[in-house]
Design a protein around this ligand. Structure first.
Ligand SMILES: *[C@@H]1O[C@H](CO)[C@@H](O)[C@H](O)[C@H]1NC(C)=O
Ligand SMILES: *[C@@H]1O[C@H](CO)[C@@H](O)[C@H](O)[C@H]1NC(C)=O
Ligand SMILES: *[C@@H]1O[C@H](CO)[C@@H](O)[C@H](O)[C@H]1NC(C)=O
Ligand SMILES: *[C@@H]1O[C@H](CO)[C@@H](O)[C@H](O)[C@H]1NC(C)=O
Ligand SMILES: *[C@@H]1O[C@H](CO)[C@@H](O)[C@H](O)[C@H]1NC(C)=O
Length: 448
């Protein structure tokens, strides 16, 4: 009797103790298990969104190659570069901004960041509204995460001093006027329409031009040069593979747009049971992303293939993939959208657009407040995560996506088809259709 009550007392303490020891041992020997365990208490959707925001598809940003380049340059305090503000969609604007920043590094200048000209939302083909007025457009936050840009540059290229706009330099009157600067004025030799043939002499060419316009001996005050909008110029490979891979990521899509994309992707994943984990890069059997580029500005530009040609490429691609779900990213007319959705249905393919999967009231309201080009940022972020993605080679937006998605795996060893009849680029995640030289030029000059 006594023995059994002693045993009972012993067990009363021993059992919980063993459970505690076991639990502690289990979780401390395996911190990731502990983290997984904590995650089960969090709201599934919130977790998905935070995973999405913290994990970009192409992995951790690494600016060390940017740091190496900046260390090798000669920097001149009091020499400023500003650049005209570009217009259009994110693919175009991002490339112009990166060319501007790349030139500032080459010049060893202090940089006044360019803005972004806002398109006329009532007439999408009107990308430069009030072209005659001296406007600088909106600040970069219109598309990009300014804090990320600033912290990336101050961490990896501290030599490059950055100003949000000329307003921040109001107390320096000598900066009010600027010497013009362009590829032509610098005497830079181009090949393939717009690509710099030899980047290595560019810094000397800039220096010669700058010193001729503003001889250092006479330079008593800070001096500013202003570069015209410059696109598809710098050959990205010339700075090495690591720089080419990371430089474009200093311009990250603004966080609220990424959050909308995350919420939309979560809803898509739940509705179709796609088993997407935003921490795991791209899952090729999740869904097919299609960028249909037939908006009025493209339709009025005969370089772009017609609706019929594009729809035929993309549906063929989707059917071949065997995936029955298409996410359609487009600002095209309702007639084009309906035509695509119905044609896809004939092949038993379901098509969704972001408005179909962004139904949460607070997110829907945020999307409605966005301009046309800002809404396309949400498409960009969803397409980055698509299992497979396709678009047309006249579109910098499509190229940017394909090249960034290539960086989600070791794309250097990928089998790529360039050329062929209508395929300009093909790797395991993306296919770009189209003809003509424009695509090859963009491929050589895009930092994704
Ligand atoms: C960049 O960040 C630094 C320090 O956080 C701040 O002083 C500076 O004003 C910022 N610059 C811009 C252009 O936002
Ligand atoms: C120019 O185009 C040709 C033919 O497509 C190509 O072989 C060459 O590498 C291109 N040059 C540059 C600098 O991109
Ligand atoms: C997805 O990737 C796997 C593994 O690399 C491959 O076997 C499969 O064919 C791919 N599926 C598609 C639709 O590309
Ligand atoms: C698609 O849109 C273009 C441009 O608005 C228009 O010309 C064409 O007729 C449309 N095609 C279909 C099938 O809706
Ligand atoms: C679509 O699905 C229906 C019903 O499952 C089937 O009868 C039809 O053959 C399918 N069509 C195609 C093009 O696969």
């Amino acid at each position: 009797m006594l023995a059994s009550s002693q045993l009972f007392n012993l067990l009363k303490f021993a059992v919980p103790l063993i459970v505690i020891i076991w639990t502690v041992a289990y979780f401390t020997t395996s911190p990731s298990t502990y983290r997984e365990y904590l995650r089960t208490f969090k709201d599934e959707k919130k977790l998905f969104i935070s995973d999405f925001l913290e994990h970009e598809v192409d992995g951790q940003f690494d600016g060390s190659s940017i740091a190496d380049l900046c260390k090798r340059k000669t920097w001149t305090p009091g020499l400023f570069l500003s650049c005209d503000s570009p217009a259009g969609g994110v693919g175009n604007v991002k490339n112009a901004h990166l060319n501007c920043i790349r030139f500032a590094i080459e010049m060893g200048a202090e940089l006044i960041l360019p803005g972004i000209i806002r398109r006329n939302d009532k007439n999408l083909a009107d990308v430069y509204p009030n072209a005659k007025a001296p406007i600088r457009g909106d600040e970069m936050d219109y598309f990009f995460d300014m804090d990320h840009l600033n912290s990336s540059l101050s961490t990896y290229c501290p030599q490059l001093r950055v100003y949000r706009s000329l307003n921040d330099l109001w107390e320096v009157p000598s900066l009010l006027t600027a010497y013009p600067m362009s590829i032509g004025e610098l005497g830079i030799q181009l090949v393939n329409t717009s690509i710099i043939e030899k980047p290595s002499p560019v810094s000397t060419q800039i220096k010669t031009y700058v010193n001729q316009k503003s001889p250092p001996a006479d330079r008593k005050h800070p001096v500013r040069f202003n570069m015209r909008v410059t696109n598809w110029v710098w050959p990205t490979e010339s700075d090495g593979a690591e720089f080419a891979r990371h430089f474009g990521r200093i311009l990250r899509v603004r966080t609220d747009a990424r959050e909308l994309a995350a919420a939309a992707l979560f809803n898509l994943h739940k509705r179709f049971n796609l088993r997407i984990d935003p921490r795991q890069g791209i899952k090729n059997d999740s869904f097919v992303g299609v960028h249909l580029r037939t908006e009025t500005d493209a339709a009025s530009n005969d370089k772009f293939p017609s609706y019929e040609e594009q729809a035929a490429y993309y549906l063929d691609y989707a059917v071949r993939s065997g995936n029955p779900l298409v996410f359609l990213a487009t600002g095209a007319t309702q007639a084009n959208i309906t035509a695509f959705v119905e044609r896809a249905r004939d092949f038993n393919i379901t098509t969704v657009l972001k408005k179909d999967i962004l139904f949460d009231p607070e997110y829907k309201a945020a999307l409605d407040k966005f301009s046309y080009d800002q809404r396309s940022l949400v498409d960009y972020e969803i397409l980055l995560r698509a299992g497979l993605m396709t678009g047309t080679s006249e579109s910098p937006f499509a190229w940017n996506l394909a090249m960034r998605r290539r960086n989600a795996y070791d794309g250097s060893s990928a089998v790529e088809t360039t050329g062929g009849d209508y395929v300009q680029f093909k790797d395991r995640f993306s296919t770009i259709f189209g003809k003509g030289e424009a695509g090859r030029i963009m491929q050589a000059t895009i930092w994704p």
